[in-house]
Design a binder for this molecule. Sequence first.
Ligand SMILES: Cc1cc2nc3c(=O)[nH]c(=O)nc-3n(C[C@H](O)[C@H](O)[C@H](O)COP(=O)(O)OP(=O)(O)OC[C@H]3O[C@@H](n4cnc5c(N)ncnc54)[C@H](O)[C@@H]3O)c2cc1C
Length: 306
Amino acid sequence: MITRSALLFLARQEKLKDLAASFGFFKRMTTRFVAGEDIDEAAAAIQHINELGCTASFDHLNEGVSSIAEAEGEVAEYLAILRKIDEIKIKSNVSIKLTQFGLDIDPELTYRNARAVVAEAAKRNNFVRVDMEQSAVTQVTIDIFRRLRDEFDLNNVGIVLQAYLRRTYDDAVELLKIPARIRICKGAYNEPAEVAFPDKADTDNNYIRVMKLLVSSGTYHGIATHDPKMIDATVDFVTKEGIGKDKFEFQMLYGVRRDLQVQLARDGYNVRVYVPYGKHWYPYFMRRLAERPANVWFVLKNMVKG
Ligand SMILES: Cc1cc2nc3c(=O)[nH]c(=O)nc-3n(C[C@H](O)[C@H](O)[C@H](O)COP(=O)(O)OP(=O)(O)OC[C@H]3O[C@@H](n4cnc5c(N)ncnc54)[C@H](O)[C@@H]3O)c2cc1C
């Protein structure tokens, strides 16, 4: 049986990235989770998502870039996305990863690159979500986010926290003081027990604790999960506390639990779908397989079918 950590290990293998992309059948499998290779394909997927009553967030896949030119190319891509959103009037913001803007090269370069995208979003009254990556970069990600937030409005830049990290509740308390718009998710990387809860039950308990803190704070946050237990806990809590459905949003990934996305939107909740696209899909795709090893069998079955 392929384990979560084996899949997450494979996700980090740079050489497999190119090998996987060269297999047409593997690439075809990604279409469930990845909305295409360019902005136009992702925009078409978002138009459909909007028609179903949900908003979206563009994510250009390309993490861990290792050259300054590539990081600058990512800035250009995001400026083009922000233009496209206004041009065709779709309901979407953008999500970025700091390793995409050069975090493995130089934090100052990363700050400047992220700043260029947030400034453009602010000009267009849009919003940039800074995704959270491995625990090795949690602190620097928060530090860069704080600098951006100092300069830009609450509704122009936000951050992500991961419930599996032991530090997250304290981070949420501190970030709410600014205040900051936070997306809470469970966390998608392989982390050691010193920094992350090894037991899923502890992550779930922490998720619910942080969710309650967020939705009670009066700031608009994102509750990102496909887990019916987390969703029910949120619905129960906001109903009991009399917190309006418009005071937060549920967030889910493209291709995961579409039924639930539409159902929650029909029930009057704000739902945002995170829409990844691009050629560098390998690590993202492998993390999705790791979340649900049953998806591996789905991929293998289709490989055999050719
Ligand atoms: C909008 C959004 C943004 C995110 N941003 C980040 C981020 O910045 N940093 C980060 O570390 N992580 C991020 N994640 C990923 C997140 O951390 C989890 O890895 C992922 O959401 C799975 O956790 P879960 O809450 O859905 O619950 P789980 O306990 O993993 O799953 C609960 C149930 O959801 C369904 N499900 C979950 N995943 C899948 C899947 N891949 N395929 C099919 N069914 C599935 C299954 O029915 C499963 O039983 C994000 C997730 C979302 C939804």
